[in-house]
Design a protein around this ligand. Structure first.
Ligand code: NAP
Length: 286
């Protein structure tokens, strides 16, 4: 059996490949990457695949039994077409199963909703493809928060517009573990899983970060309008709007969903404290 993972040069694709290699060794796992040289360190065969290029996927998916499609990073409307390139190439190559990394969130009501809508469209395209499928709806990664630690320490605070909203943080390592199981187990076929951890507020997140990093941060809630202006100033219109939309979604409860992680992964999701500690220790040793 050959399993391919797209966006192998990215952190999520790499995490999934590393877990698959632990289960299967290197011969049955193929990475597909827009920039193949960035995935060489994974030690598996890497084939070229830009989501904009259907012909590359027609070649990359030859002889593949199952493919994991990591959702793209482009503008919402472009993503739908890009994902269809992979789905159609999978059908043409008689790939039996497709697993897709979708996202938790509200389809209406905040600035992140257009991204959620395109992920839902791809979910539907996959369901309609006739292939066996499993869809994971990823929670918010914890890592970007932790990568921001120096800024938080400089400011003495974590500031955003999530207020008292609950966020069910996960990590790329936890997702990598679950997706490997979803690829390998046929009992998962036909399911849509929320891949999320336990729910916490930003006050609780701040307290857990303080515990692990031995900091004295406080949480500072600001209005959606002010936070959006702040993020657009720092990150530009496209990314700033998306980031503000994610926290607006948390505030309104869009990320407070029941977890299917244990069903998908065969074990419980690690606690938020554990995933923060894992990240801290991994980065201490690197
Ligand atoms: N749940 C969350 O909190 C969260 C946060 C951020 C992102 N996401 C989603 O999760 C996905 C994966 O995240 P990640 O952590 O792996 O991000 P990452 O480390 O930034 O990697 C992004 C990957 O997307 C690839 N890519 C971009 N455009 C592509 C194209 N046209 N064709 C093929 N590959 C393309 C990149 O390839 P190159 O190496 O060639 O650039 C890279 O491998 C993202 O695509 C995004 O949809 C979720």
């Amino acid at each position: 059996m050959k399993i391919a993972v797209t966006s192998a040069s990215g952190k999520l694709g790499a995490s999934i490949i590393q877990t698959l290699v632990k289960e299967l060794g290197t011969n049955q796992v193929i990475g597909i990457a827009r920039t193949p040289e960035k995935a060489k360190h994974l030690g598996v065969e890497v084939r070229e695949g830009d989501y904009n290029n259907r012909e590359q996927f027609d070649a990359a998916l030859q002889g593949i039994d199952s493919v994991l499609l990591v959702s793209g990073m482009d503008d919402p409307q472009k993503r739908i077409i890009q994902h269809r390139n992979v789905i159609e190439a999978a059908k043409q190559n008689n790939v039996k199963k497709i697993v897709y990394t979708s996202i938790v969130g509200a389809e209406e009501g905040n600035a992140f909703s257009p991204i959620v809508q395109t992920n839902r469209q791809t979910e539907q395209d996959i369901i309609n493809s006739g292939l066996d499928y499993v869809i994971g709806r990823n929670g918010i990664y914890i890592e970007p928060d932790l990568e921001y630690i120096d800024t938080y320490v400089k400011d003495g605070e974590i500031k955003n517009c999530a207020a008292e909203g609950i966020c069910t943080y996960t990590s790329r390592a936890e997702l990598g573990f679950a997706y490997a199981k979803m690829l390998l187990g046929n009992k998962h076929n036909g399911n849509v899983y929320n891949l999320v951890g336990n729910g916490i507020t930003q006050h609780e997140l701040t307290s857990l970060i303080n515990q692990v990093y031995q900091t004295k941060l406080v949480y500072h809630s600001v209005s959606v309008k002010d936070y959006k202006a702040d993020r657009i100033g720092a990150l530009g219109e496209f990314l700033g709007t998306i980031i503000a939309g994610i926290y607006e979604g948390i505030k309104s409860g869009a990320d407070d969903v029941p977890s299917d992680y244990k069903t998908a992964a065969g074990r419980s999701h690690k606690s938020t404290l554990e995933i923060i500690k894992d990240f801290y220790e991994t980065n201490l040793n690197n």
